[in-house]
Design a protein around this ligand. Sequence first.
Ligand code: NAD
Length: 438
Amino acid sequence: MSTDIIATEQKPPLRVIVVGMGVRSMIYTRVALTNPELLEIVGVVDVDARRREYARLTFGIDPANCFATVEELVAVPKFADAVINGTMDRLHVSTSLPLLRHGYDMLLEKPFALNEDEARVLLACAAETGRTVMVCHVLRYAPFYQRLKQVMQSGEIGKVINIRMSAQVNYFHESVSFVRGKYASAEICGSGMLLTKCSHDLDLMAWLMGDNKPRRIASVGSMFQFVPANAPEGAGTRCLTDCPAAVERECPYSARRLYIEKPQRWADNVWHDSNMKNPETAEEKAAALSATDNPYGACVYHCQTDIVDHQSVLIEYSDGATGTFSMTGGASISKRRVHVTGTRGEVYGTFEDNRFTISAIVPGAPEGRVKHVVDVTEAQEGRHHGGGDREVVLDFIAYLRGEETSPGLTLLEDSVTGHRIVFLAEQSRLADGAMQNW
Ligand SMILES: NC(=O)c1ccc[n+]([C@@H]2O[C@H](COP(=O)([O-])OP(=O)(O)OC[C@H]3O[C@@H](n4cnc5c(N)ncnc54)[C@H](O)[C@@H]3O)[C@@H](O)[C@H]2O)c1
C-alpha cells in the first residue's frame, strides 16, 4: 500500500482514542501529526498523568476526554471510531474486552494474548461484538517481507520444502529489554522472549506459509548467558557501585558504558522505562543508575531473569514441509534472516540488508540455476521496522473506511496461527522439548 494516500474529501479523519500512551503509541500516533486528514486523536487513557498530559498537549485533546483507566472511558458514551491499544503485554486482553463491548474497533499491540485461554476469550469477544481488531504485526508491511511473500506466492521457487528463519538480538538491546528491562520477567511482562519479541517472526513464518498449517511443534531453549556462574571473576552486583573498575571496564554490559558513555545503545529505554525525567548530566545519570532499586544499574549476571535468552522451534507442516526458527539474544548485531527452499529453487536474505536472493532451478542455464537479487533498499532503508510502524496504521484506517488494504493485513483472526505456534513452542520447551500436536 502506498504511503501517499490521498484522503477523499468526503471522508472525515478516523477519530481515535489512545489507550496506553507509551513508546509504541507515540510512534503510531505520528500519523495524526503528518496526516491530520486521515487520523485525529480525540482521547487518551493512561494511568500515568504525565503521559495523559503529553497526549493532551500534542493532539489538543479536550481535557474531558482524558482518562486514567479504561473503566472511566467506558463509563461515558462512545465518542470515537476506534482505539489504539498500546498498553503492555499483560494488559492487552483485560483492557480490550470492555473497549470492544463498548463498540470500539481496535488496533492492538502484539502479543494480542499471553496464552491460548486469553486468545480464545479475545477472539470470542471480537466475534460476539462484531468489532474489528487489527494486530500490530508491523513487519508484514516491510517491503522485504511483502516482496518475499509475492515471490513465494508466484510459484517461482516451487512448493516449499523447508523454511528457516532466525532472529538475533544484539547485546545492548538484549540487556536493556530482556535482562534488565521491562521484558526481563515473565511475572512482570506476562510472557517470555519468544512471545514478546519473536511473535513477529513466527507470525511472518505463518503468513509466508499461507494455508499450510503446522501439524506438530517442538522447542528447546534456556537461559544460557545471564546467570551468576557467568559473571566475570570479582564482579559486583551493580555496575556503578560495587563492581571493581578493572572488571566493569572490561564488561560489555557495563551500565556506565551503555547508558552514560554510549547513550545511542538504547539508553533512552532506561530513562523512559524508569519513568524518570531524562537526566541531563553524567552525574545525574550515574546517581540514577546507582539507586539500588534501579534494575538498569544491576549486573546482568545477577538479574535473576526468569526468561530464556535463546530458543529454537521446529515445525512440521500439514503437507510434510518443515520449518525452523531460532532466536538468540546477546549477539554482536541484530539480524533477521530467512532461507526458504522450494522444489524449483530457493530464496534467502537478511531483512536488515534490505535484499534477498532468488536462486531458481533452470536446467538449461550454464550453472543449472539462475540467480537474481531483489533489492528493497530504496523502499525501506532508514525506516524503523522497514516502514511497517506507519503502514500498519494506514492499513487500519483504510480497512475501517472500506478502502483497499495491504496484502499483509493483520486482522486478529489472521494473527492466530503465529501466536499459536509460540504457545505450543512454549508448552514444548516446558515439557523438555516434547512434540506438541496442533
Ligand atoms: N509491534 C512492535 O514492533 C512492538 C515493538 C515494541 C513493543 N511492542 C509492544 O507494545 C506494547 C507497549 O510497549 P511500549 O514500549 O510502548 O510500553 P510503554 O510502557 O512505553 O507504554 C505502555 C503505556 O501504558 C500505560 N498503562 C499502564 N497501565 C495502564 C492501564 N491499566 N490503562 C491504560 N494505560 C496503562 C503506561 O503508563 C504506559 O504509558 C507492549 O505490549 C510491547 O510488547 C510492540
